[in-house]
Design a protein around this ligand. Structure first.
Ligand SMILES: [Zn+2]
Length: 303
């Protein structure tokens, strides 16, 4: 009986530690104190401490132990435990199964953000980026609730990808979904070298490979519309017969590898356009207050 019996298997732990060792030490920022790990990541302090003894990097400042955020996300996904894994496992397949048999799907999307000023003030305004573009929202002092809400519709029916576009999709087979520290989160050279990619890098690699083959292709960002919350996500689009088709093969392969998505129904060639709501090609802040980006959440439900 090892110290982790009943927990994650040794192969998963081994691969997690291998990947962790590939991330350059100097790219880590160590912003998450051990005390916050159970609350924000749903990972027990015991497990994190055990992983630290096996090689999970940490930093000690003023007697407190800190971790790099992306290491904790990868730990959750690789060891299939904790909040990030449970959220994805539960809500992404549900969002996809809601598309089956539909021509289009409707969502109600809200933006929830709080004024960062300590006291309510007059003239409190947010500048927000929505699926329809930029918009201003004034909030009266003490107001609570969403600063924006709207219905949106996405198509569930997308044309079949031609062979040349399928060739681009196939490139994602050589990558594993991996969170990376901010210093290397756009580093597609690192991602190609190690076969590890976050959604931003994968979208850029697929777009570049598409253009390399003479296709019109681009990387875009927007919402992954998986109720109960939308999350910011990146994917690639290829233009076929005048229509931009969203492709996100790394998401499909991740979910089918985890055995939480039916690979007979969902293949990497299948467009996930029914859960991908584009906001633009260049990442911009979604919610600004007095010229500064503020944290927000994006409750979403099916209509
Ligand atoms: Zn304000």
């Amino acid at each position: 009986m090892g110290p982790l019996s009943g927990g994650p298997d040794d192969a998963a732990i081994g691969r997690f530690l291998e990947i962790t060792a590939l991330v350059p030490s100097r790219s880590r920022t160590f912003t998450v104190p051990l005390a916050n790990v159970p609350r924000y990541f749903g990972l027990s302090a015991e497990l994190v401490t055990q992983m630290t003894s096996l090689g999970l990097p940490s930093a000690v400042r003023n007697g407190d132990v800190y971790f790099e955020r992306s290491d904790l996300v990868n730990m959750s996904l690789r060891l299939r435990t904790g909040a990030r894994y449970r959220t994805i496992r539960r809500f992404w397949p549900l969002a996809l199964s809601a598309l089956e048999g539909k021509r289009r799907i409707g969502y109600n999307l809200s933006y929830v953000a709080n004024c960062p000023f300590p006291e309510p003030h007059t003239g409190c305004r947010f500048r927000i980026l929505t699926p329809r573009g930029q918009s201003e929202r004034s909030v009266s002092a003490g107001q609570s609730g969403p600063i924006f809400t709207s219905d949106l519709w996405l198509s569930c029916e997308w044309p079949e990808l031609p062979a040349i576009a399928r060739e681009v999709v196939d490139i994602a087979e050589h990558f594993e979904l991996t969170w990376l520290p901010p210093a290397i989160h756009k580093d597609t050279r690192f991602m190609r070298k190690h076969g590890l990619a976050n959604c931003l890098g994968m979208s850029r690699i697929l777009a570049a490979e598409g253009r390399h083959r003479g296709l019109q292709a681009r990387s875009v960002f927007g919402f992954l519309t998986s109720p109960p919350y939308g999350s910011v996500h990146y994917w690639a689009e290829v233009r076929i017969e005048g229509r931009w088709i969203p492709i996100d093969p790394l998401m499909v392969s991740t979910l089918t590898n985890w055995n939480i998505l039916d690979s007979a129904i969902w293949t990497p060639y299948h467009s996930l356009g029914g859960i991908l709501c584009r906001l633009g090609c260049i990442r911009r802040p979604l919610v600004m207050h007095e010229g500064k980006e503020v944290a927000a959440s994006f409750p979403i439900s099916h209509l």
